[in-house]
Design a binder for this molecule. Structure first.
Ligand code: NAP
Ligand code: MG
Length: 502
């Protein structure tokens, strides 16, 4: 675990941070062509951090042209995989060198706690990039079964110019999930960070350049969804888009693709993830710790947040008592205080949205919390919602709100778990192995963790069933499928002049 500094030390680093604020296109920082800028703020204090280049369609055109030239001339796409690996490993070294600065920048821009940024976001980002770098010179192509007179090769080629569109909840980590396999595969990238959280993406582009990623291979174009995300999604020279964000926006990218060049589209979207706890679950203290982490980690601004606790009636009271005791220990407040576990929500606008759900908690029984503090902070909140039909059990809140639903048996628990339009992640607590496996198979979600909350790790695919995902998976060797396409090369060894000879 990375060593934590004191709040004063983090504040000092924050004061002296040089913040990148221009687009990174063709190997250099540059302002938006229009000259326009937008403010990025620290949600915890409301302070303006800097004015960032507000890019638009013409900047996207420039970045895509640069990415296309880089891809076609092979400066990156045709390097040996081991050469790309070395450059990406150098990037990881530079990020490790600047880890504290990156963690502070991430925390300031997003309201995420310095505790999480230091111990999870930055190290996991580096780990993810390193994993894909290390993988790329160990993947083999295939030779298909064919007659002695033929060789049928099945090779993977980088898909080309890829557009990556990111959310604000894990700015660095989502960037790594996508640029890791994309750059390792040899693609050229045009990346749009969420407007709320562009800083660390711009810094990573600069570090990648310093590490030796050639100009044009990693472009970062900041700006709004409509000004940058849409032109990227509609661009005729972008071969593929990988998006992470809400289901509402994800759906748009399918339209953009259909209306333009039928680019490949991969979507990682929302979730309303069930956490099923059966009456035979062992070690309720441990279960409670997973429930709290699942619901309140990252302020609940987490696509895989376990936001529906589906609990057997016979252990409900005992479990909830432990959950509430633990949740009460999660300090809410200044994200730069390393003892704080619940920081600021990402923006006033998102806070206002979460507050509409806090108002709806009155429809159920509020067991804990329910209050907003200082404009952007929300206490860990637990509500007995009665039925899975309640608004709080159906919609992705993206705040620290846990909805509790009581069930009487295993089959009912699984039915409630599946009663959602989403299918990203789920967790199931039971000591019965048969039930564990039956349940894990029956729950329609991309990841089911048994007797723990989590997302697997970098070696396991992550993505959604139903309206949580489309077209592919992040993480693991399967992530490479997004950024490569298959080509068949069929070699005919028959020689006409040899006919009749041995
Ligand atoms: P969002 O509003 O859908 O935004 C995601 C990205 O799309 C942002 O960069 C946004 O730009 C851009 N965008 C917005 N409108 C657009 C449009 N009309 N055309 C093209 N691009 C557009 O999502 P968010 O609020 O940032 O992120 C939270 C969501 O992400 C949650 O639903 C969460 O579950 C999901 N998420 C999923 C995963 C996963 O792996 N499945 C992981 C993390 C988060 P601007 O915001 O800059 O305008
Ligand atoms: Mg910000």
């Amino acid at each position: 675990m990375s060593t934590l500094l004191t709040r004063e030390e983090y504040e000092n680093i924050a004061r002296n941070l040089a913040l990148p604020n221009e687009a990174f296109i063709d190997g250099a920082f540059r302002p938006a062509i229009s000259g326009k800028t937008f403010r990025t703020t620290n949600p915890a204090t409301g302070a303006v951090l800097t004015e960032i280049a507000a890019c638009a369609a013409e900047d996207v055109d420039l970045a895509v042209a640069s990415a296309r030239t880089a891809f076609d001339d092979g400066r990156w796409s045709r390097l040996r995989p081991g050469e790309r690996k070395e450059v990406l490993l150098r990037l990881c070294e530079l990020m490790a060198r600047d880890a504290t600065e990156l963690a502070v920048m991430e925390s300031l821009d997003s309201g995420k706690t310095i505790f999480d940024c230091t111990t999870i976001d930055v190290p996991e980002t580096i780990h993810c990039l390193r994993w894909h770098a290390e993988l790329i010179d160990k993947i083999y192509d295939q030779v298909a079964p064919a007659s002695d007179n033929h060789i049928a090769m099945v090779v993977r080629e980088p898909v080309g110019v890829v557009g990556l569109v990111l959310p604000w909840n894990f700015p660095l980590l989502m960037l790594a999930w996508k640029i890791g396999p994309a750059l390792a595969a040899g693609c050229s990238v045009v990346l749009k960070p969420a407007a709320e959280t562009s800083l660390t993406a711009l810094r990573v582009a600069q570090l990648a350049h310093e590490a030796g990623v050639p100009a044009g291979v990693l472009n970062v174009v900041p700006g709004s969804g409509s000004a940058v995300g849409e032109p990227l999604g509609r661009h005729p020279d972008v071969d593929m888009v990988s998006f992470t964000g809400s289901t509402v926006t994800g759906r748009r990218f399918l339209h953009y693709s259909a209306d333009s060049n039928l680019k490949e589209v991969v979507l990682e979207m929302g979730g309303k993830n069930p956490c099923v706890v059966m009456d035979d679950a062992e070690e309720l203290d441990v279960v409670a710790a997973h429930v709290v982490n699942g619901a309140f980690w990252n302020m609940g601004e987490n696509c895989s947040a376990a936001s529906r606790l589906i609990v057997h009636k016979d252990i409900k009271d005992a479990l909830l008592e432990k959950v509430m005791t633990l949740a009460a220990e999660w300090k809410v407040g200044d994200p730069l205080d390393p003892t704080v576990r619940v920081g600021a929500l990402v923006s006033k606008a998102h806070f206002d949205k979460v507050c509409t759900y806090l108002a709806a908690t009155k429809q159920g029984e509020i067991l804990m919390g329910g209050r907003a503090i200082d404009g952007v902070f929300v206490e860990p909140t637990i509500v007995d919602v009665g039925s899975n039909d309640s608004l709080l059990a159906r919609e992705e809140i993206f705040g620290p709100v846990l909805s509790v639903i009581t069930v009487s048996n295993f089959d009912e628990a699984i039915a409630v778990a599946n009663d959602t339009e989403y299918g990203l992640a789920a967790s199931l607590f039971t000591a019965n192995t048969k039930r564990a496996i039956r349940g894990a198979r029956a729950i329609r979600a991309g990841t089911v963790t048994v007797n723990s909350f989590g997302e697997g790790d970098i070696a396991t695919p992550f993505g959604g069933y139903k309206q949580s995902g489309f077209g592919g998976r992040d993480n693991s060797i399967h992530a490479h499928d997004q950024y490569t396409q298959l080509k068949t090369i069929w070699l005919d060894l028959n020689v006409a002049s040899d006919a009749g000879k041995n």
